[in-house]
Design a protein around this ligand. Structure first.
Ligand code: NDP
Length: 444
């Protein structure tokens, strides 16, 4: 049995009932096979993979709080501190009823590689709770966040573990969490990222994932003799990532013709008017179909189907598994030559395999959406320096980081004989740095 197969079998045996974690380990190890096979003796001797797939620590705790009716509620709280070989743990907190240990381990595992790719000194972690903020009052959300932090504060700190937001954790929740940390410890430090601008947040964090996606796309196109200007682009979703991807793509001369939400999609042959979208999504919190009220020449279609719109470039920025094999075939048949993933795991495994096999320009989410966590890393730096950089300074650093990520993924793919395969390249480049550090630090 190969080293990879052996480790995967152990993961399944020793982590029963954790299908998401098994899937993530399998996908990553499969794409790392080239590098693992080439270094098998060295890695086996150091027990590298055995340690790589086992979180350093999982903290699991009770989160009791009182709702508006005076009833006591109890949720499960977690922090998975996966790997600190290259820096303090870094990764978001997710508040959603679906949260469990398997999902947080899968996300924490992926985060280790993504953070490594940014080139910043950040280890990987993830945390959260099965608490559902939807429909809760501000007071209930605050009561939950304060109780959650009353346990979590013992395990985090600016030099040990720096959580951020994720699904269900936005500026409001980060504010409540930060306030309780400060109250419990008496420390005003950069222990969380995604903070408001008045208490240590960073400029560009809002735009970072979308802008970063376009920076790496632009670099991938240039390095392959193409350019973004004049290309027709389809973007799915109409949330934070999608909106700022459209903004930057338009600034660089692309024509974005479609956007979606979970109800349906709009097609505007003349190019999306982003001010209309921002008004609907950021101000009114409305539905994307309202776009046609303001732009009657655009067309709204209920349901899925955004990938049937012909385009040169597709940017899935909504959610996991939103682009399947059929969608991938349709895109290719319509002449799409580049795909960059703004969302986490938006293409199914089969769709990804087809893109790689057909050798189109495909940048996986782990690399393409790393601008968000990279800018969180820049927020940490500013907090440690007790300085705030200007929008232009942060944006320039973000741009350099995304160009650097492309170079690392391209170089690793080249070195292992699969030039242009950025899926393998991104995983290998992220893995190499972490593993070097793990070996250098001994058996810990
Ligand atoms: P938002 O919640 O702001 O937006 C998500 C968008 O996707 C909404 O328009 C939503 O529509 C749409 N959507 C959700 N589910 C579906 C579906 N089943 N079909 C079609 N559209 C759907 O999230 P973000 O923009 O922040 O995140 C998008 C993705 O990017 C996620 O995978 C996230 O994990 C990833 N990501 C985000 C980062 C960030 O910094 N924000 C960083 C790295 C990754 P509706 O309003 O109807 O729900």
């Amino acid at each position: 049995m190969s080293y990879v197969d052996e480790i995967y079998a152990k993961v399944v045996e020793q982590n029963p009932g954790e299908p998401e974690f098994h899937q993530a380990v399998k996908e990553v190890l499969d794409s790392l096979k080239l590098v693992i096979d080439a270094n098998e003796e060295k890695y086996r001797k150091a027990g590298v993979l055995e340690r790589f797939v086992e979180p350093e620590r999982i903290i699991s705790f009770r989160v009791p709080w009182v709702d508006d009716k005076g009833n006591i509620q109890v949720n499960k709280g977690y922090r998975v501190q996966f790997n600190s070989a290259i820096g303090p743990y870094k990764g978001g907190l997710r508040l959603h009823p679906s949260v469990n240990q398997s999902i947080l381990k899968f996300l924490g595992f992926e985060q280790v590689l993504k953070n490594s790719l940014t080139g910043l000194p950040m280890g990987g972690g993830k945390g959260g709770s099965n608490f559902d903020p939807k429909g809760k009052s501000d007071r209930e959300v605050m009561a939950f966040c304060q109780s959650f932090m009353t346990e979590l504060y013992r395990h985090i700190g600016k030099d040990t573990d720096v959580p951020a937001g994720d699904i269900g954790v936005g500026a409001r929740e980060v504010g409540f969490l930060f306030g309780q940390y400060k109250r419990l410890t008496g420390l005003y430090e950069g222990v969380l990222t995604g903070k408001g601008l008045t208490f240590g947040g960073s400029l560009v964090r809002t735009q970072a994932t979308g802008y970063g996606l376009i920076y790496i796309l632009d670099e991938m196109l240039k390095k392959n003799g193409k350019e973004l200007a004049g290309k027709t682009v389809v973007v799915s979703g109409s949330g934070n990532v999608a909106i700022y991807a459209v903004e930057k793509a338009q600034q660089l001369g692309a024509k974005v013709v479609a956007l979606s939400d979970s109800n349906g999609y709009i097609y505007d042959k003349d190019g999306i008017k982003l001010d209309v979208v921002k008004e609907i999504k950021e101000v009114r919190r409305g539905r994307i179909k309202e776009y046609v009220d303001a732009v009657p020449t655009a067309v709204y279609t209920e349901g899925k189907g955004i990938w049937t719109i012909p385009c040169d470039i597709a940017l899935p920025c909504a959610t996991q598994n939103e682009l399947n094999l059929e969608d991938a075939k349709t895109l290719l048949a319509n002449g799409c030559f580049a795909v960059a993933e703004g969302a986490n795991m938006p293409s199914t495994r089969e769709a990804t395999d087809l893109f790689v096999e057909k050798k189109i320009l495909f940048m996986p989410g782990k690399a393409a959406n790393a601008g968000g966590v990279a800018t969180s890393g820049l927020e940490q730096s500013q907090n440690s320096l007790r300085l705030s950089w200007s929008f232009e300074e942060v944006d320039e650093k973000l741009h350099d980081i995304m160009v650097g990520i492309f170079a690392k993924a391209a170089d690793a793919a080249e070195r292992y004989g699969v030039p242009g395969n950025y899926v393998a390249g991104a995983n290998i480049a992220g893995f190499e740095k972490v593993v070097d550090a793990m070996i250098a630090q001994g058996v810990v």
